[in-house]
Ligand binder design. Structure first.
Ligand code: SF4
Length: 194
């Protein structure tokens, strides 16, 4: 079973190292790319719709509040309490949210962890919305209010999204996660038995 310490190799034929404490570099990469994605998204929306005296700032601000609240409040309040990292002493998950969650939320039930992907407005779907919405919102803005800066922000957002889905999730985060046997996202990424 899971032991404390930096990394463990365990159960169900897993070949990848499983971390009870992710390396700090992985936590920084995960949160850094997340925060840059959100900031670029908010700025891109504001810039893309800046031809309106109110739409750009309003929608850019709404997006920023939504994305940060979803990631750094809804997740630690509603998902992390059901995660194994929440209850493991000295653990550090890929987002570091297990530490915040222990401070602001009561311990949940491991059985409820897969609920993160159930229902239209589940935390997983809100998370995906926070990543994809700015990219979709910038497409019409590029058509009606084109600028090189907006195009670069759009391309950076698309690159960050692809980087997340094809590198961070499968190679840095989910592959090494001790929650992967209980997490629908790990199943979707196909890393459960790696
Ligand atoms: S498997 Fe991936 S999405 Fe699921 S808890 Fe672990 S790091 Fe997070």
């Amino acid at each position: 079973m899971v032991q404390g310490g930096e990394e463990v190799q365990l159960e169900k034929g897993a070949k990848a190292k499983l971390y009870t404490r992710y390396p700090i570099s992985s936590v920084i990469l995960y949160n850094g790319s997340t925060i840059i994605h959100f900031l670029l998204g908010g700025f891109g929306i504001a810039l893309g719709y800046s031809f309106s005296s109110w739409a750009g700032y309003t929608f850019g601000s709404i997006y920023l509040v939504f994305s940060f609240v979803e990631m750094y409040a809804i997740m630690p309040l509603s998902v992390c309490p059901h995660c194994i990292y929440y209850r493991l002493k000295d653990s550090l998950c890929i987002s570091g949210m297990n530490i915040l969650s222990r401070k602001i939320a009561r311990e949940g039930d491991l059985k409820d962890f897969p609920n993160r992907a159930k229902g239209l407005f589940c935390p997983n779907n809100l998370y995906l919305v926070s990543l994809i919405v700015p990219i979709l919102a910038m497409i019409p803005a590029l058509i009606i209010n084109f600028s090189i800066v907006l195009l670069l922000i759009f391309l950076a957002g698309v690159s960050l999204l692809l980087f997340r889905f094809f590198f961070i999730f499968p190679k840095v985060a989910c592959l090494h996660c001790i929650s992967k046997y209980n997490c629908p996202q790990a199943e979707a990424m196909g890393v459960r038995n790696l």
